[in-house]
Design a protein around this ligand. Structure first.
Ligand SMILES: Cc1ncc(COP(=O)(O)O)c(C=O)c1O
Length: 331
């Protein structure tokens, strides 16, 4: 990805090491997430990775580690804004949240920051994830710019970087439509122009995850058994929940929906039947498809789950029941 994007935001020291091993300049790498360990913070400080600060305590720890090492930490303050990203699959800002420092506390925190041995870069405002509504994203972006500009007067050396988050979603389920990216882009151009008229040098960052890679990945498993129980067809595969928790329904989410599926070696087969695709774990939660029309499949055929390039294997309980893990292959 290093040649395709302008920066990386990582979520652990292991991810940080991977990012640092690429050609990405360290100034373009940041680390976010609550509960960063002292070891993680020390690596970030030593390497020059920007730390998106999640709490007042974390800021104090960074300042202490910075003073001890004699290396000035590069920091951005993650803000928990008063607004929320409406209609988002996962809201990560607005109200009480474990992420970032509440907007109301920012003036005091920024004043305090002036006496700390840290290099203030700007703000990180990540308000939510998996959003398919252009209007909601546009409004959150507009509010993020406005919030940053309201806080500008409290910033020690202005704002060098403003990360306005991401949240661009991808369609997973029947009835969902792709995000209207042109609409988001048009509105963003207007907001950017306004922001740049005040802060022409500031870098504006959009932090995308699944929007970049989610649709690029598929999960493939093999039918190992086919059975009929009281009139319903079951395809039993050699994978499931432990490889792809999200497609199985996240351990019994309230309303489970089917990810898009195909029989990979029978893409053009005309004869279809309604099937349940289940994994090989001994739990009724191990489902990949519930009463779904698919080409008639037999033992040995390949079940393909689309939209699996993000939140797949690494977001699944691969140790559960000690079944073999899946393999990730970059094609
Ligand atoms: C801070 C932060 N950045 C980026 C992401 C990626 O989100 P998505 O894959 O929905 O774009 C997340 C997801 O929770 C996040 O917490």
């Amino acid at each position: 990805m290093a040649g395709l994007v302008d920066g990386f935001d990582v979520a652990s020291s292991a991810e940080m090491k991977i990012a640092l091993d690429t050609a990405m300049p360290v100034q373009q790498i940041s680390i976010a997430g609550p509960g960063k360990s002292v070891a993680e913070l020390n690596i970030a400080i030593a390497a020059g990775v920007t730390i998106n600060v999640e709490s007042f305590n974390e800021l104090e720890t960074i300042a202490r580690l910075s003073a001890k090492s004699g290396i000035t930490a590069s920091v951005a303050i993650r803000i928990n804004p008063a607004f929320e990203l409406k209609t988002s699959g996962m809201k990560m800002g607005g109200g009480a949240k474990p992420f970032g420092i509440d907007e109301e506390q920012l003036p005091a925190v920024l004043r305090h920051l002036q006496v700390l041995p840290v290099d203030f870069q700007g703000f990180h405002i990540y308000s939510g994830s998996q959003n398919l509504k252009a209007d909601a994203l546009i409004e959150a972006q507009r509010q993020s710019f406005a919030l940053a500009l309201r806080l500008l007067e409290f910033c020690p050396n202005g704002i060098k970087k403003l990360n306005i988050g991401g949240g661009y979603g991808i369609p997973y389920f029947v009835g969902e439509s792709p995000l209207n990216i042109e609409q988001v882009g048009d509105a963003l151009a207007i907001e950017m122009a306004k922001f740049k008229s005040v802060l022409p040098e500031a870098e504006v960052i959009i932090e995308l995850g699944r929007y970049l890679v989610g649709e690029a990945g598929i999960y493939v498993c093999q039918v190992v058994d086919k059975k009929i129980s009281r009139g319903q067809v079951y395809l039993v595969v050699n994978g499931g929940l432990h490889h792809h928790l999200a497609a199985s329904g996240n351990f019994g989410q309230v309303i489970r929906k089917n990810y898009p599926l195909a029989i990979g070696n029978k893409m053009y087969a005309e004869q279809q039947e309604i099937v349940n695709v289940v994994g090989c774990l001994c739990t009724p939660l191990d489902i990949l498809a519930d009463k779904m029309p698919l080409p008639v499949a037999e033992v040995g055929d390949l079940v393909v789950v689309y939209q699996s390039g993000a939140y797949g294997l690494t977001a699944s309980p691969s140790g559960f029941l000690s079944q073999p893990s899946a393999e990730e292959v970059l094609v």
